[in-house]
Write a protein that binds this ligand. Sequence first.
Ligand code: FES
Length: 146
Amino acid sequence: MNRKTFVKNCGMSCLGLLVAPAILQGCAGTKYIAAPIVGSDMIVPLSAFEVIKEAGIQYRQYLVVQNDSLQFPICVYRISPETYHALWMKCTHQGTELHVFGNKLQCPAHGSEFSNAGTVQNGPASENLKTFAVVLEGTSLKIDLR
Ligand code: FES
């Protein structure tokens, strides 16, 4: 290995060490759960949003909810203790599964972005995401899949 290759390899290794923790931290922030479907409703326990820390219970901003009978997952945002948004994670441009980052969903195919209410923020998608009605019932959310 010559000097130039050695320096290049060291630089790439250092870059990897800097970037890897950020990527892993991003992955750790998203919680995926499998949720049952009863009739036409997907049932999500509110406890899935809870994160127990030393300081007390904190709440996740969102969950990604899956069921084998659905072609795409649903992203459920906790806007407040009484308000939740459920978004179909299928891009309205050409149907790619979206990724969720904080308050946004992004499409890995061509870069469209959607808000946590499902509104298009950047194209090429021009239609908002499909949303589902969410009803808070006791200790669960019922997501109406109709
Ligand atoms: S499929 Fe999502 S932006 Fe094209």
